[in-house]
Design a protein around this ligand. Structure first.
Ligand SMILES: Cc1cc2nc3c(=O)[nH]c(=O)nc-3n(C[C@H](O)[C@H](O)[C@H](O)COP(=O)(O)OP(=O)(O)OC[C@H]3O[C@@H](n4cnc5c(N)ncnc54)[C@H](O)[C@@H]3O)c2cc1C
Length: 479
């Protein structure tokens, strides 16, 4: 028989002590959603069932005991750290869930500048780790826009990626080892070594699991030399995205490794580059970093490639440097955004996908054409590419719409419809429907098409590690 809310709270209090179990009604409502339902949240409208409690874990033993308790009694558990999720990963899909919060596990365990790796608990904010690392002349190389708030547990759980990814890779390239707790309370550690060939790389069962397989308690990431004095920007305006993708591709396939490589279309660029770009300009920009010789060679190589594209007109580097300095999002920008949404009823949202070089521009053009004709109330639609690889790149669609429905209908009316168009076009051209924000619950309608025959592996993993289905119901795998 299912436990009552009171029994769940009592069970958690027995494990964690009453001071680590939150039952305040308002906090429970806010803990039922993430930024997917931001419009509902700012209006104080909550359509998801509130959890029975938020359980604040202070150590791995707490996590193991709470998961073991939930697993025995069939209670759904939603893992949480920095609360910046955008795709519904933090939503409590069923009544009487427990939100298991690891933000109190916030100790930096070691910054080892000899072996160039740092170990932290899951609740360490990335900005905190980065600040401490820089004091020692090293960097994590990880710089998502949410760096001031997001924490290492969530960053690993969502397969996050940062602005310097073209040089340092995504979080999957940075994680050396980790500790994770599975649904039955089993604590597992994957040790820290430079490489291994001892069967499948099981780090990848944990990285990107979004709390649907296990709870990440500790993470070790690589470190790199921090040499900001050598950072160099180059950028260009040009008139069409297809040429921009071609130039970007040439830089990548010739083997250059700028840390930042981005291509903005005019609609998206207008939010960032109005000091130097005309209304119909696309903007292609790069940052090179690292040892002086590598930076010089990277800059020279990119400039030589750009000269072969006469449409590319150079822009003064200081504009790019100034723009880049203000890109991250802290608590202040998030608070302002909430005020603006209430005042204007205008929502600005994003959907990020990836594809090979041969199809990315078709996805971009088709999706935008369909968004402008198929979805009502859109006021701006555009996008940029911000993470490139030897074989392709991502497309980060941005869109604004005026909300003309009740708060509780906003996600279904706009966000789901917009995702539908973008995901359909992406799948049609063989791309991936999520590049870095995670599946959450928002993009699960497309999970089977995304995985195709490999869905077998995903489903088996879920059944093997979460046989009672208590780990973040509805995330990655739909209810
Ligand atoms: C303004 C803004 C900018 C952003 N920019 C970027 C960006 O540049 N790049 C990028 O990749 N993402 C970006 N994101 C998305 C988000 O920040 C990332 O997905 C981030 O990795 C989430 O980390 P978090 O600590 O906030 O996790 P949370 O929001 O707490 O959780 C995210 C997901 O991970 C699960 N989870 C959390 N902790 C654990 C754990 N310990 N073990 C297992 N599962 C867990 C949750 O259940 C949820 O499904 C941005 C978000 C915002 C709001």
């Amino acid at each position: 028989m299912a436990l009552t809310r009171t029994a769940i709270v009592q069970g958690l209090q027995d494990i964690l002590g009453p001071h680590n179990v939150i039952t305040d009604a308002q906090e429970l409502q806010r803990s039922s959603v993430d930024r997917l339902r931001l419009y509902e949240d700012v209006h104080g409208v909550y359509t998801r069932p509130p959890p029975a409690a938020v359980a604040m874990a202070r150590n791995t033993e707490h996590v193991a005991q709470v998961l073991g308790f939930a697993n025995r009694h069939g209670v759904n558990v939603v893992a949480r750290t920095g609360r910046t999720a955008t795709e519904g990963g933090l939503e409590t899909a069923v009544p009487d869930s427990v939100v298991l919060d690891g933000s109190g596990m916030d100790r930096i365990l070691e910054i080892d500048t000899y072996n160039m790796q740092a170990s932290v608990q899951c609740g360490v904010c990335l900005q905190t780790l980065e600040d401490e690392a820089r004091k020692l002349g090293v960097t994590t190389g990880h710089s998502p826009q949410s760096k001031p708030i997001a924490q290492l547990g969530g960053l690993v759980a969502t397969r996050s990626i940062g602005q310097f990814s073209t040089l340092y890779g995504g979080i999957e390239d940075m994680v050396v080892g980790l500790e994770a707790v599975f649904a039955d309370g089993t604590v597992t550690r994957i040790k820290n070594v430079p490489r291994r060939a001892v069967g499948p790389d099981i780090r990848h069962v944990v990285i990107g699991n979004e709390g649907a397989l296990c709870f990440i308690t500790e993470v070790t990431v690589k470190l790199f030399p921090y040499l900001p004095q050598n950072n160099t920007f180059v950028g260009y305006t040009l008139k069409d995205m297809r040429t921009g993708f071609e130039a970007l591709r040439t830089v990548m396939v010739q083997g250059y490794k700028p840390s930042v490589a981005r291509l903005y279309d005019p609609a998206d660029g207008a939010f960032h580059f109005s000091q130097f770009a005309a209304r119909d300009d696309c903007v292609l920009l790069f940052m090179a970093e690292g040892p002086e010789g590598i930076v010089r060679a990277t800059k020279d190589g990119i400039e030589a490639i750009a000269r072969a594209f006469p449409a590319c007109k150079p822009v003064p580097a200081h504009y790019l440097e100034e723009w880049f300095a203000d890109l991250n999002w802290g608590a202040d920008k998030i608070a302002n955004e909430r005020k603006e949404i209430l005042a204007t009823r205008s929502m600005g949202r994003t959907t990020e996908v990836s594809a090979n070089w041969s199809t990315i521009c078709d996805i971009y053009e088709n999706a935008l054409r369909r968004l402008r004709t198929e979805v009502a109330d859109i006021t701006v639609a555009g996008g940029h590419s911000s993470h490139s690889y030897i074989n392709g790149t991502n497309m980060y669609f941005i869109y604004y719409y005026d909300v003309k429905c009740a708060p509780e209908q906003e996600v279904a009316t706009y966000r789901t419809e917009i995702n539908r168009v973008i995901c359909e076009e992406t799948l049609w051209f063989g791309g991936s429907v999520v590049h870095h924000h995670g599946m959450g619950k928002a993009r699960t309608p497309w999970v089977k098409e995304e995985y195709a025959s490999s869905y077998y592996i995903l489903e088996r993993l879920k059944r093997a590690f979460d046989p009672n289905g208590v780990m973040n119901k509805g995330t990655i795998i739909p209810l």
